[in-house]
Design a binder for this molecule. Sequence first.
Ligand SMILES: O=P(O)(O)OC[C@H]1O[C@H](O)[C@H](O)[C@@H](O)[C@@H]1O
Length: 306
Amino acid sequence: MSGEKEKSTVTSAPPSPSPSSVAPSVEFSKGINGLQKVILRESRGSSAEVYLYGGHVTSWKNDHGEELLFLSSKAIFKPPKAIRGGIPICFPQFASHGTLDQHGFARNRFWAVDEDPPPFPTNTLNKAFVDLILKPSEEDTKIWPHSFEYRLRIALGPGGDLMLTSRIRNTNSDGKPFSFTFAYHTYFSVSDISEVRVEGLEVDKIYLSTPTKIAIIDHEKKRTFVLRKDGLPDAVVWNPWDKKAKAMADFGDDEYKHMLCVEAAAVEKAVTLKPGEEWKGRLELSAVPSSYCSGQLDPQRVLQGS
Ligand SMILES: O=P(O)(O)OC[C@H]1O[C@H](O)[C@H](O)[C@@H](O)[C@@H]1O
């Protein structure tokens, strides 16, 4: 990892009361290169780290302290470069499907802590969570001429499940709708890419209308990641493999062996919101002992040229 050492500065109170003896906690501290990060801890020991830069989850550990996400040892924690690994947010554009830079701009903007988010229907008791918000700057509206409020809740459940909920609202005052594509570009940490199966899929493909549950089976680790998604019909599977890995400055030559991106996405059909309308897209990740099997993805139903 590049840059300065991390240092802890501020500790906040837990976000909600907990019936268990050790309450879930939320701690604000300085991470790499002094960038602000939030550490979520759950009572049984699992944890997650979120950088305000990008609204980016960089770490998710189970209650044995094992890292479940891949983060490149060469990740550059310096704007405007997006952090390589963890869970980058691709918004308002996935990949190069549009006029913006690859994957849009949400992943390289500074998000703020949302002090007073509108209520969530879900129960937050016993969860460590943080609410972030992104609003466009004047510069952003020059490249994407729309006004929006993007609220992101990142929560760690009592069993160590990681939940990301995005709520995106059109706040245009000119009466105009806007459309976007989206992905949670999750980098899973795997023992050895040759020992991993995603329901028998190939890499660098966009799978359309997938099941809402996807299993990533790591045979060597005897661990299965279960991805559940809502509001996100598609899934992207990506690994750069050897040649592309060598060409990427922020990625180690051999690191492709230890990562796999499976991305819950809305790509085929852009989401369109009228002023005042809100979209919700949810990702829930859990890591369970193998072997788990969800529904099969259809290798015939892929978006060509992805
Ligand atoms: O290098 P990035 O801009 O982070 O993009 C990384 C990758 O993201 C997606 O998964 C795309 O399908 C890939 O084609 C792309 O290379």
